[in-house]
Structure formats: structure tokens, C-alpha cells
Design a protein around this ligand. Structure first.
Ligand SMILES: NC(=O)c1ccc[n+]([C@@H]2O[C@H](COP(=O)([O-])OP(=O)(O)OC[C@H]3O[C@@H](n4cnc5c(N)ncnc54)[C@H](O)[C@@H]3O)[C@@H](O)[C@H]2O)c1
Length: 249
């Protein structure tokens, strides 16, 4: 119970890896807030079935008013915010397109959710974390930033931004006791994304790893719990690659 009674927000937690983070922190005793544009009822019920408390909030992280309401509702229900998991992203819905076929609208939408969303959510939780004198912000980057991926410019670039955001925000908030770290997952079979990835690309990714197997959402939960817990209290500004050794940095 490393997160007993901690209040953990997971954005984009209705499905995929975010759902696994929500369930994982609940198993460690946390009270969980799931924020998503999708219906959060099923995951809230799953968390409650574990005997934990959960709140679902309909929230588009690219909209400032939604992120402010997210923080307000979390505080109204649970009275504090200990951890923000900035996991929501435009990802599994994306089609890979070369430079000249990528539309400006798609580029802008990816940046609005994957980067502005982090910024807005961090601003929304900051007053509560500052008042508490402690907080943990966990941003979700991607191994695509380290590897460089063709036909996925907007996404890989946004995830590079997550690493830069993590480093700079960590420097800015250290004196408030707020730790800011990132996780960079490798290609993970998270549900929706499997429909968009050809089997030969999955095989090639697995072959390029030091640990040659498919990555699943539960492979990331231990790192998320570690960064959320007191065990990582002297770490900030860092990005942990969790990809079976597909990349190093
Ligand atoms: N699956 C992978 O291979 C992989 C690899 C590296 C990084 N990641 C990152 O991990 C995170 C989770 O990935 P996943 O595979 O579960 O993706 P996913 O697409 O299945 O889930 C993303 C979640 O974010 C939500 N979301 C999208 N836009 C939102 C918005 N504007 N506001 C609130 N919620 C929004 C979606 O509804 C969904 O629940 C993402 O940040 C992704 O970029 C995934």
C-alpha cells in the first residue's frame, strides 16, 4: 500500500495504459481520479470493485476550463491532489503520414492535446500541490522521441516536447517540493493501437529490444507507482525509458 490515501489523477485513463495506471495505483491504496473525453464509468467501476475510491471526470485536457474543473472536482471529492499522471494523448487514433500529407489541423491537434494538455493540467493542480508542500507530476513521453520515427512527425515531436517540459518544470517547481518526472514507454499493445500497427512492425520492434517480447500496459505500472510514491522522492526532471531496452539515453 505504497500510495495509501494519496489522491492520484490519471488523464486519458478511460482505456489503454492510463486504465492500467488507474487500477495499479488503486491496488496501492490510492484514491483515483480518471479524466477523459471518453466515458469513465467502466474504469471507475473496475477501480471501485478493487475496494478503492474513484471519481470520473469528463475532461478535454486541451481546454483550460475543463482542466480547472478537473482540479476543482478532485479537491471537492477528496480534499487534496498528490499525483498528476499526464497520460492523455492523441495517439492510437493517428494514421502515420509522410511530411507532405500531414495536415496542419492534425499537427495542431496533436500539439494541443499532447503538449498544451500537460501545461494546462500542471497549472490546474499546482495551487493544491504548492499548498501541500509536496506533489508528483508524471508526464508520459515515448520512445519514439529517442528513436526518431518516420511518418509520425507530429507525435514524436510532441513527445520530445514532453521531455523538455519535464526538465524545465522540474527546475521551476523543486523549491515547492513538487517532483516532475516522465516515463517513455516503448511500443505497447494497449488495445486500440494494435489495429493501426502491422504485425511485421511489431516483430521488428520486439527484435530490436534487449528483452525480446511484446510490451503490455502492466509493464509500465511499476514505474508509474514508483514515481508516484515516496520511493522516488529524491528524483526529479528525469525521463525513464521503459521499453525492454529498445533504446538507451
Ligand atoms: N501504446 C504505446 O505503444 C505507447 C508508446 C509510447 C507512449 N505512449 C503514450 O502512453 C499514453 C497512453 O497510450 P495508450 O496506448 O493507452 O493510448 P490510447 O490512445 O489508447 O489512450 C489515450 C487516452 O487518452 C484519451 N484522450 C485523448 N485525447 C484526450 C483529451 N483531449 N483529453 C482527455 N483525454 C484524452 C483517450 O480518450 C484515451 O483514453 C499516451 O500518452 C501515449 O502517447 C503509448
Amino acid at each position: 500500500m505504497r500510495l495509501k490515501d494519496r489522491v492520484v489523477i490519471v488523464t486519458g485513463g478511460a482505456q489503454g495504459i492510463g486504465r492500467a495506471y488507474g487500477l495499479g495505483v488503486a491496488r496501492e491504496g490510492a484514491r483515483v481520479v480518471i479524466a477523459d473525453i471518453l466515458d469513465t464509468t467502466p474504469v471507475v467501476k473496475e477501480i471501485e470493485a478493487l475496494g478503492a475510491q474513484a471519481l470520473g471526470v469528463e475532461c478535454d485536457v486541451s481546454r483550460e476550463a475543463d482542466t480547472q474543473r478537473l482540479a476543482t472536482e478532485a479537491l471537492a471529492r477528496f480534499g487534496r491532489i498528490d499525483v498528476l499522471g499526464n497520460n492523455a494523448a492523441v495517439y492510437s487514433v493517428l494514421t502515420r503520414r509522410p511530411l507532405m500529407e500531414l495536415t496542419v489541423d492534425e499537427w495542431d491537434r496533436v500539439m494541443a492535446v499532447n503538449l498544451r494538455g500537460l501545461f494546462l493540467c500542471a497549472r490546474a493542480v499546482f495551487p493544491a500541490m504548492k499548498a501541500q508542500g509536496k506533489g508528483k507530476i508524471i508526464n508520459i513521453a515515448s520512445s519514439t522521441f529517442f528513436k526518431g520515427v518516420p511518418n509520425f512527425l507530429h507525435y514524436a515531436t510532441s513527445k520530445g516536447g514532453v521531455v523538455g517540459f519535464t526538465r524545465s518544470l522540474a527546475r521551476e517547481l523543486g523549491d515547492c517540493g513538487i517532483r516532475v518526472n516522465a516515463i517513455a514507454p516503448g511500443f505497447t499493445e494497449s488495445g486500440e493501437n494494435v489495429k493501426n500497427i502491422p504485425a511485421e512492425r511489431v516483430r521488428a520492434t520486439v527484435e530490436a529490444r534487449m528483452l525480446k517480447r511484446v510490451e503490455v500496459p502492466d509493464d509500465l505500472v511499476g514505474t508509474f507507482v514508483f514515481l508516484a510514491s515516496d520511493d522516488s522522492d529524491f528524483m526529479t526532471g528525469q525521463t525513464l525509458l521503459v521499453d525492454g531496452g529498445g533504446n538507451v539515453h
